[in-house]
Design a protein around this ligand. Sequence first.
Ligand code: DX5
Ligand code: ZN
Length: 214
Amino acid sequence: MIKIAPSILSADFANLERDIQRIAGADYVHVDVMDGMFVPNITIGIPVVAAIRKVTELPLDVHLMIVEPVRYVEQFCDAGADLVTVHVEADTPENIRAALEKIHAKGKRAGIVLKPGTPAEAALEYLDMVDLVLVMTVEPGFGGQKFMEDMMPKVAALRRFIDARGSDCELEVDGGVAPDTCRTCIDAGADVLVAGSAIYKAADIPGRIAQLRG
Ligand code: DX5
Ligand code: ZN
């Protein structure tokens, strides 16, 4: 079954516990961490991840949009992240590998993220050491942007790379996922869909989560 990871970037931060309970039927809580350097926006950090950890049993999928993520991955693991993803564009390949190793050494799942301009092939050197690959279908930085349909060949290419290895690595898509765009992501081979505005703007959140599963 397709997994759904609601992005709390679209939640009401003054009512975060309530808005996390509202997505209890989902598979992951997607937490967007931005540093104002890797992306032109600043969101939430380690203390908020620790606070969220206390109010949900759902796995926390922490998407780090920060430069040199190797500096902070252990702290996010200690704060309660279950899966930590780092952008391949955020540092040298050596440091990205070091970040993935640190996440695994903490007993957590590790993933890489590709910005829209980064080709599928950039994932190849990391595929044997990741539990998830995340393909951005918007430029990272903000919720509520338009879905980039032209990323679907990249999702399909990654599906082929993962299947060719016989790997159980998950393939996640993030950005503009909504009832009218989820099907194309699933058809391209995605098995985890992140959605922020499409879930939190819905009148019936459990119904919307079910709808996004395709
Ligand atoms: C964007 C974030 C996304 C964002 C998705 O940089 O990584 O997770 O919250 O929001 P929607 O689903 O509204 O595009
Ligand atoms: Zn995200």
